[in-house]
Design a protein around this ligand. Structure first.
Ligand code: BTN
Length: 321
């Protein structure tokens, strides 16, 4: 990690508090000149840091750091009453909401600046470095859904793709069924989980978890992740993006504002491509030809037969150069 990142992290952790150059220099074992150079660099990049003689440095309230207040202020009127909580660190925002689901009423939103055990689908981990991304989980009310529970992940992918476009101008594609791509790399992962009543078997609440990689510059990315994933790398403050995610998720999932399948078809990463997947331990290769009306992916095999995939991992077949 760079000195700039370390200083910003320290100031973010103590928002509103002034640190003298001397205190930061001692904290990181560098000179005061090095601290000043790093702070100047951060300010030149647009980070809102106040530098006041005799007081020192302080992260301003409207910097890129996430705050519940900063997100709430940018929500549509009808969503402003939803409680938003921001944690500094948690194992996984989905896990935390699951642990607390019986004590919380939907709707509820939990974010964290870092996840020590971020989870993806199929038992995979979700790389969750601090102060770089948006890790957000929604405790949703199943009674308010405007679409079948089976479509929530696709609807969320559409909502987040719309939110990224609205807040940053960046065009993305939806990779069936729970990822969003920027070019040929993943920038968003989505994990939807149900909390079911033991007595009735009914879905009591739904937890929708979204991870959006915002700024990975200066972060050490494991090689295997860097090959398949990237960050959106925008100047737009994460509070703005997070607020648009909340607005779009509720609009699409509760409001039914967007034709989810139409958007997912028009912005599909997979349709028209040769894809690989595994069924009952057998590897198959075919062309992704359709997203059907249930949101299933239809793959046409070389012999003309079709597989209708309801879930699972599908990857684009690499072409040899
Ligand atoms: C995937 O890539 O398969 C899904 C990744 C989902 C990541 C988000 S980040 C917020 C929430 N908390 C988690 O542990 N996972 C989801």
């Amino acid at each position: 990690m760079s000195l700039k990142h370390d200083i910003l992290k320290e100031l973010e952790l103590n928002r509103g508090k002034y640190y003298s150059g001397q205190a930061l220099a001692e904290r990181f074992g560098v000179s005061r000149a090095a601290v000043w150079k790093a702070v100047k660099g951060l300010i030149a990049e647009g980070t809102q840091i106040a530098a006041v003689p005799n007081l020192g440095y302080c992260v301003c309230a409207d910097s890129d750091a996430l705050t519940a207040e900063g997100i709430q202020a940018r929500l549509k009127e009808e969503y402003r009453a939803v409680p938003i909580e921001l944690m500094r660190i948690v194992d996984s925002t989905n896990n935390e909401l699951k642990r607390r689901s019986s004590a919380l009423n939907p709707d509820y939103i939990l974010l964290s600046e870092e996840q020590s055990g971020g989870r993806g689908r199929s038992g995979k981990t979700f790389f969750s470095p601090p102060f770089t991304s948006i890790y957000i989980s929604f405790l949703l009310n199943p009674k308010k859904l405007r679409l079948p529970v089976s479509m929530v992940t696709t609807a969320a992918a559409v909502a987040v793709s719309e939110a990224v476009k609205k807040s940053t101008g960046v065009e993305t594609t939806v990779k069936w069924v729970n990822d969003i791509y920027f070019g040929d790399k993943k920038i968003v992962g989505i994990l939807t989980e149900a909390v079911t009543s033991i007595e009735s078997g009914e879905t009591e609440s739904l937890i929708l978890g979204i991870g959006l990689n915002c700024h990975w510059d200066g972060v050490e990315i494991p090689k295997e992740i860097a090959e398949v994933a990237t960050s959106i790398d925008t100047d737009v403050a994460r509070n703005f993006i997070a607020a648009e995610i909340v607005n779009c998720v509720y609009d699409v999932i509760y409001g039914g504002t967007t034709d989810v399948l139409d958007y997912a078809r028009k912005h599909s990463y997979l349709l028209g491509k040769t894809v690989e997947y595994t069924v009952n331990g057998i590897k198959k290769i075919g062309k992704a030809t359709e997203l059907d009306d249930e949101g299933h992916l239809v793959v046409t095999l070389p012999d003309g037969c079709r597989d209708v995939l309801t879930a699972g991992e599908v990857s684009v077949k690499k072409v040899r150069q």
